[in-house]
Design a protein around this ligand. Structure first.
Ligand SMILES: [Fe+2]
Length: 210
C-alpha cells in the first residue's frame, strides 16, 4: 500500500507561478486518486512488488494498462513535486550544466527547446529531462502516464506535468506561459543536479517512499 506523500513545500509557496488552488487540487485530488486506485488494483495482487518503481515496471511488462496508468501517475507526481522549488534557483551548476551545454549549446537554447517540446506536445503527458548511463542528457515528451522509469537505461532529472490540471486554473489554455514559469523559476535545479549525480554513479536516484 502506498501513501500520498506530502508536498515538500507549503501549498501557497509557489505562488504566483502555481497557486495553492492548483496545488490543493492537483496534489490532494489528482495525485491522491492515482495512489488510491493503485492500492485498489494491488489488493488483487497478493505478490505485488514492494516498491512503486517495480510496480510500474511490472505493469508495463504485463501490459496491465489500468495498473500502469495509475501507478505511473502516482510515481510521476511524487517526482514532479520534488522538481519544483519555492525559491528560484537560477541556473544549473557543475556537471549537469556542462552536460546541458554539450547537448543544447547553451542554457537559453535548452529553455527554448524545452518550451517548444512542451508546447508542441499533443494532449496529456509529461516533459522529461533525462540522462543516460554515459551522462548524455536529452528532452523527451511522453504521453499520458508514460514514464522513463518504465524502461532501463535512463534516469529522469526533472519533469514538467503537461496535463491541463497542472496549469489550467492559473494559466487557462496558455501552456507556454506555464512552461516559462517552470523553466525560469519553478524548476528545482538542485534536485536535478542530485539526480544527475546519481545517474553518473549508476544509482537509481529518487524513489517513491514505501
Ligand atoms: Fe498532474
Amino acid at each position: 500500500m502506498f501513501k500520498l506523500i506530502d508536498l515538500p513545500f507549503d501549498a501557497a509557496a509557489l505562488e504566483p507561478h502555481m497557486s495553492s488552488n492548483t496545488l490543493n487540487t492537483h496534489h490532494g485530488k489528482h495525485h491522491a486518486a492515482y495512489i488510491n486506485k493503485t492500492n485498489a488494483f494491488l489488493k488483487e495482487r497478493p505478490n505485488a512488488p514492494a516498491s512503486l518503481e517495480d510496480v510500474v515496471r511490472l505493469a508495463k511488462r504485463e501490459q496491465d494498462k489500468k495498473l500502469f496508468n495509475n501507478a505511473a501517475q502516482a510515481w510521476n507526481h511524487g517526482f514532479f513535486w520534488n522538481c519544483l522549488s519555492p525559491q528560484a534557483q537560477g541556473e544549473p551548476q557543475g556537471e549537469l550544466r556542462s552536460a546541458l551545454e554539450k547537448a543544447f549549446g547553451d542554457l537559453a537554447t535548452f529553455r527554448q527547446e524545452a518550451k517548444a517540446k512542451g508546447e508542441g506536445h499533443f494532449a496529456s503527458g509529461w516533459l522529461w529531462l533525462v540522462a543516460d548511463k554515459s551522462g548524455a542528457v536529452q528532452l523527451t515528451d511522453l504521453h499520458d502516464a508514460d514514464t522513463p522509469i518504465a524502461d532501463d537505461g535512463v534516469i529522469p532529472l526533472s519533469v514538467c506535468d503537461l496535463w491541463e490540471h497542472a496549469y489550467y486554473l492559473d494559466y487557462k489554455n496558455e501552456r507556454g506561459r506555464f512552461l516559462d514559469a517552470y523553466l525560469s523559476t519553478l524548476i528545482n535545479w538542485r534536485f536535478a543536479e542530485s539526480q544527475y549525480e546519481a545517474a553518473r554513479k549508476g544509482e537509481r536516484g529518487w524513489t517513491y517512499p514505501t
